[in-house]
Design a protein around this ligand. Structure first.
Ligand code: HEC
Ligand code: HEC
Ligand code: HEC
Ligand code: HEC
Ligand code: HEC
Ligand code: HEC
Ligand code: HEC
Ligand code: HEC
Length: 438
């Protein structure tokens, strides 16, 4: 130490400041990791340097949770193997995380996400596995829904089943899901999990465009303009307390509120309808679930707006059901009963048209309203529904079995097809003349 520095240590002000700095250093160094964990670092700092950096910046590193804390094999895990003198597992399943995070893991295991790999038997599966072709299922359905991971030797897995971070992955130890799906490895960030883009990896596309709907909605617009004001890194993240600007997917489906400060890892607890099937039905216990969602909205909106929103939403779902969902389903049933179509899915045009009617455009119409994206309700939704129904589905059904659409066509909703009245036609001509002089 220079003489002038030693001298300065005796001056009370600067000396005090240096002492504080020294203490802070000591605090940083008190975070101890295990000797086993240190051995992992000694090699992995060179063999997988970026992975180690991600871990170093994580909350886990700050709390002394090291490589070995997570990867040390559970007794009875069939995927355990010897790795430089330690029994470890490559796949750190929810069972491992659950040793320290019991409530999050328990909620997750009870959620629909955990069951997402159970789609065998669905029409989607016939489509993927047989019509399109089995080899692609590993790179599409299962990357979102989850694979059944199969062991192929010491620390190795069949390439058709891993890598995979699907929501309901079936792990070798029998647990379901992958916590890295939203948190990412090895940062295990809560900020990342709170961002809509994370959900958008899977909640997107023609049959469930939640991220696109959100980005179009006023909520998404305000979020995107104010990401930096969302306080995403905060430990506590309660709407109205820790942030106010806009709701994200997590705010509405998982997040804490002043009334219920604990977030939930069971994403189904606030949904009153299911918008997936050909005809929407209410969820079990739907009134209570809707009340939980309203508890979120009411931090930012008054009762009048929220009640009217739910009325608009119910109107849309009921209208979709009664005008399109129920009649098209009844027609398909009649065609099947009268052997006009085979029991084999996707072997004739009407089956594709019916499938798209509810599975693509019919979902978009309902989901657009649920999450306030009007373009998805209209141009990607009901417009496509109507075009398919009137121009493809009904004419094909009539061709297969004349008279089969008669009941449906008697509904007042379908009277327009008999032609507009004289007044309606005049009104139209008048409109275009006034507006465009045409
Ligand atoms: C003597 C050096 C060394 C030590 C000690 C070590 N590793 Fe490794 N580890 C490696 C190398 C090298 C690889 C292979 C990297 C590659 O394939 O690119 C590896 C691979 C892995 C894999 C992936 C295995 C696979 O087949 O996909 C995991 C998980 C892993 N190590 C975790 C750990 C953990 C946890 C520890 C501490 C308990 C640890 N390692 C200790 C060198 C080491
Ligand atoms: C909080 C728990 C946790 C900690 C701490 C942790 N890991 Fe992991 N690790 C995981 C999870 C989860 C996976 C993902 C396995 C899967 O689901 O496929 C993983 C995967 C891996 C893999 C294989 C994936 C790949 O990208 O090649 C390696 C290698 C690995 N970890 C090494 C390490 C090392 C080295 C450390 C310490 C610097 C470490 N892990 C710390 C949880 C952890
Ligand atoms: C040995 C105990 C232990 C294990 C195993 C463990 N964690 Fe943690 N985890 C902690 C501690 C301690 C903290 C810091 C205190 C807190 O936030 O609860 C933490 C914090 C977190 C956080 C909050 C991070 C933040 O930015 O605030 C997440 C997310 C998380 N863990 C996920 C996981 C996941 C996923 C796994 C399994 C892959 C896992 N943890 C395994 C002990 C553990
Ligand atoms: C981009 C990710 C992604 C891909 C790829 C994907 N899905 Fe999905 N799937 C989802 C999401 C997200 C949902 C839930 C949508 C909702 O609730 O609105 C879902 C819903 C489903 C459902 C409805 C479940 C129920 O209980 O009603 C089935 C069945 C299904 N998918 C099967 C498949 C099959 C089979 C494939 C491959 C041919 C596939 N999915 C491809 C993300 C995906
Ligand atoms: C669907 C995405 C998703 C998956 C999958 C997921 N998480 Fe989370 N997790 C989140 C979100 C979002 C938050 C932040 C919630 C909040 O504070 O609003 C979070 C927060 C956490 C926290 C911090 C809780 C706290 O109070 O500080 C822990 C710990 C955690 N998750 C563990 C897990 C474990 C363990 C698993 C696997 C069983 C898991 N997560 C799977 C989205 C997910
Ligand atoms: C890895 C893909 C994936 C990610 C990432 C993902 N999900 Fe999902 N999610 C799914 C699948 C697949 C389903 C349908 C599961 C089923 O019914 O079989 C689903 C279902 C849901 C449901 C309906 C639950 C129910 O009980 O009906 C909600 C709500 C949901 N997810 C919200 C979220 C949110 C919020 C995030 C982000 C924090 C998210 N998801 C991230 C794949 C994913
Ligand atoms: C402003 C609150 C809000 C936001 C933000 C929000 N949602 Fe929703 N979400 C809802 C409401 C309300 C419903 C309909 C609930 C019901 O049926 O009672 C819904 C329904 C759903 C469903 C169920 C669809 C089905 O098939 O039954 C999924 C999945 C979903 N949202 C995912 C997401 C994802 C992913 C995001 C972000 C990209 C998101 N939500 C953003 C409020 C929100
Ligand atoms: C974090 C606060 C927040 C939460 C939570 C929230 N919203 Fe909003 N919402 C907003 C903001 C901000 C706007 C945009 C108002 C504006 O036009 O500036 C908005 C706009 C809306 C609109 C459009 C209103 C219009 O005049 O066009 C509807 C409808 C709506 N929200 C319904 C809901 C519902 C239903 C929920 C719960 C499922 C909800 N919101 C949750 C903040 C929130």
């Amino acid at each position: 130490m220079h003489r002038w520095m030693r001298a300065m240590l005796w001056t009370p002000l600067l000396g005090g400041a240096m002492l504080i700095m020294a203490q802070q250093n000591a605090i940083a160094q008190t975070v101890k990791i295990s000797t086993e964990g240190q051995a992992c670092l000694d090699c992995h700092t060179t063999s997988t340097p970026v992975l180690v950096k991600e871990w170093q910046a994580s909350e886990h590193a700050k709390q002394g949770i090291d490589c070995f804390s997570c990867h040390q094999a559970n007794t009875g895990d069939p995927a355990a193997f010897d790795h430089y003198g330690q029994k470890i597992a490559v796949i750190v399943t929810p069972k491992y995380c659950g040793k320290c995070h019991a409530s999050e893991t328990d909620q997750y295991e009870h959620s629909r996400h955990a069951k997402a790999a159970q789609f065998i038997g669905s029409l989607d599966n016939v489509l993927g596995e047989m019509v399109e072709g089995a080899p692609v299922v590993q790179s599409e359905c299962k990357q979102c829904h989850g694979s059944v991971v199969e062991i192929a030797g010491e620390g190795k897995f069949k390439s058709t089943t891993w890598p995979n971070s699907g929501a309901g992955r079936v792990n070798p130890d029998g647990s379901l899901g992958s916590c890295a799906t939203c948190h990412g490895r090895h940062s295990f960030s809560v900020a990342q999990a709170r961002q809509p883009e994370t959900c958008g990896k899977c909640h997107m596309g023609p049959d469930h465009p939640q991220i696109e709907i959100y980005n179009e909605s006023m909520h998404g617009v305000i979020y995107n303009a104010n990401v930096d004001k969302m306080n995403l890194e905060s430990k506590s993240w309660i709407v109205g307390k820790d942030y106010t600007k806009a709701p994200t997917c997590v705010t509405c489906h998982m997040g804490g509120t002043p009334g219920h400060p604990e977030p939930t890892h069971d994403t189904g607890t606030r949904l009153s309808w299911t918008l997936r099937p050909a005809v929407s039905i209410h969820q079990e216990n739907w009134e209570a679930k809707r009340a939980t969602m309203k508890d979120v909205c009411l931090n930012c909106h008054a009762t009048g707006l929220v009640e009217n929103f739910y009325q608009q939403y119910d109107d849309t779902v009921n209208f979709y059901n009664s005008k399109y969902g129920e009649p098209s389903t009844a027609i398909m049933k009649k065609l099947a009963e009268n052997h006009k179509i085979t029991p084999t899915p996707f072997d004739s045009e009407i089956k594709w048209d019916y499938f798209e009617l509810w599975h693509h455009e019919g979902r978009r119409a309902r989901m657009g309203t649920a999450m306030m994206g009007p373009d998805f309700t209209q141009w990607h939704g009901f417009y496509e529904v109507a075009k398919n129904y009137y121009m493809r589905f009904l004419p094909e059904a009539e061709k297969l079995m004349p008279g089969v659409t008669k009941d449906a066509m008697q509904s007042p909703d379908n009277q327009w097809i008999k032609g507009l009245t004289k007044e309606q036609i005049e009104q139209q001509l008048e409109y275009y003349k006034k507006r465009y002089n045409q």
